[in-house]
Design a protein. Structure first.
Length: 365
C-alpha cells in the first residue's frame, strides 16, 4: 500500500452520495421502480441513480420506518406497497407519491427487492401492467423465465418478462466459475459455505452462540442454484451457519480439466472486474478487516460489490485448485440487478452493460 495506507490509491472511491448528483444532464432512457426499500432495494436504488441511462421512478415501502424517511430525504418518490397501511405514512409525516400500482404502471422495469416469497405474490401485479420484473435469489427458479448472472448468462435474459437475480452466494460462485470454466474447463466444484447468521440489522436472526450445519442434509441449496446458471456443471456444496453478521466465507476446491498454476490462476482472476484478489501486503485477515478497509475508503455503507479472494490462498495441487473468498451478502448482487435491467430491455450487450455499471459505481481496486 502507498505511504500513509490510503486505500483510495487501490481504486476505492468516495461514497456514491458524495459523487453522484441528484440530477444529471441528458435524456433518461430507463425508468426503474424498486419494490422493497430495504437491505437490497436501497442499494439498488442508489446504483440505478448512478447510471447514465437510468433514473429511479420510485421506491415502495410497506411501512413508514427510517428507510422510508431516508428515501424521501434522497428525493426518491415513495409509494405505499400496502393500501391498508397508506394512512400510516401521513401519520408519520411522510409524504407519498401514490400506491405501488401507480409505480408499476409508469416504470419500464421493476426490481422486486421484497422478502423471500413476497416477490411471487407480486408477480401478478407486474403482469397486469405488462412491466418486466426482476426478482431476488430468495424466490424459486420456477417463478421466472431465467435466472441471471451478468458474467455467465447475460444473453439469456434478453426480452424476458421475469428474471431472477441469483442469491449473493450463487452470484459469488458463478463469477468464479465462469472464467475458470472458460480458461481450463471444470471437472468438479466443491464448496463449503460458512454463512453469516443474519445481516447486521436482523436482530432476530441467529445463531447467537453456536455453529450449525445448515442444512444438515447434502447438498445445500447453493449447488443446485448455481446449476440454474451452469446446467452442466458438477458441483457439490455444504453449508454452515455461524454467529456473525459481516460476510459469508467460501472454502473452494475446483478440479480443473487442464493444467494450471497458482500464478496463472491468480492473474486470470485479477483480470475479472468483479473479483478482488486481495494482495497479501494489505494484511487483511478476515471479513472484519475487509469491511474496515471498505469503510475507511468511503465505500457507501462499507459495501463490497466484488468477490474478495485471498491471493495467498490460491493454490494448485495436481489438477485441484483451492482458495478462500468472502462474499458481502448485502451488496454483491447490486451490480447484477443493474445489468439485468439492461438485459431485459435490450438496451446494451453484456460487455457494454458491465463496463457501464462498473464505471458508474467506481468498482475495482
Amino acid at each position: 500500500m502507498p505511504d500513509g495506507g490510503d486505500p483510495t490509491a487501490l481504486g476505492f472511491r468516495p461514497a456514491l452520495e458524495t459523487v453522484i448528483p441528484l440530477a444529471r444532464a441528458g435524456p433518461i432512457m430507463l425508468r426503474v421502480g424498486v419494490n422493497g426499500y430495504g437491505t437490497i432495494g436501497k442499494r439498488v436504488a442508489d446504483a440505478v441513480r448512478a447510471q447514465p441511462d437510468m433514473e429511479v421512478a420510485g421506491v415502495a415501502k410497506t411501512r413508514p420506518n427510517f428507510e422510508a424517511e431516508r428515501a424521501v430525504a434522497k428525493d426518491f418518490p415513495l409509494y405505499a406497497a400496502v393500501e391498508e397501511r397508506a394512512d400510516q405514512f401521513g401519520e408519520a409525516g411522510i409524504d407519498l407519491a401514490g400506491m405501488v400500482e401507480e409505480l408499476v404502471e409508469t416504470a419500464d422495469v421493476m426490481v422486486d427487492a421484497t422478502p423471500s416469497g413476497i416477490g411471487a405474490e407480486n408477480k401478478s401485479l407486474y403482469e397486469e401492467h405488462d412491466t418486466p420484473a426482476l426478482y431476488q435469489g430468495g424466490e424459486d427458479e420456477d417463478l421466472v423465465d431465467t435466472s441471471f448472472n451478468a458474467r455467465a448468462n447475460y444473453a439469456d435474459a434478453a426480452g424476458a418478462d421475469h428474471v431472477r437475480v441469483v442469491s449473493c452466494n450463487t452470484t459469488g460462485l458463478s463469477r468464479l466459475v465462469a472464467p475458470l470454466e472458460e480458461e481450463y474447463g471444470i471437472e468438479k466444484v466443491r464448496a463449503t459455505l460458512v454463512r453469516r447468521g443474519g445481516d447486521p440489522a436482523q436482530s432476530g436472526r441467529g445463531p447467537i452462540n453456536d455453529i450449525l450445519p445448515n442444512p444438515r442434509t447434502l447438498p445445500s441449496h447453493h449447488g443446485p442454484d448455481v446449476k440454474t446458471i451452469f446446467p452442466d456443471l458438477a458441483i457439490d456444496t455444504l453449508g454452515l451457519k455461524v454467529p456473525a453478521t459481516l460476510m459469508h466465507t467460501h472454502s473452494i476446491n475446483v478440479t480443473l480439466d487442464s493444467d494450471a498454476t497458482a500464478d496463472a490462476v491468480r492473474d486470470l482472476l485479477r483480470d475479472e472486474s468483479r473479483l478482488f484478489v486481495i494482495p497479501e501486503r494489505l494484511d487483511i485477515d478476515g471479513a472484519g478487516a475487509l469491511k474496515e478497509f471498505a469503510l475507511d475508503a468511503g465505500r457507501p455503507r462499507g459495501d463490497l460489490w466484488e468477490n474478495c479472494i485471498w491471493g495467498e490462498s490460491i493454490t494448485v495441487e495436481d489438477d485441484d485448485l483451492y482458495l478462500f473468498q468472502a462474499i458481502h451478502q448485502e451488496s454483491d448482487v447490486v451490480p447484477e440487478n443493474v445489468d439485468a435491467i439492461r438485459a431485459v430491455t435490450g438496451s446494451a450487450d453484456a460487455a457494454e452493460s458491465v463496463a457501464t455499471t462498473d464505471d458508474a459505481l467506481d468498482m475495482g481496486f
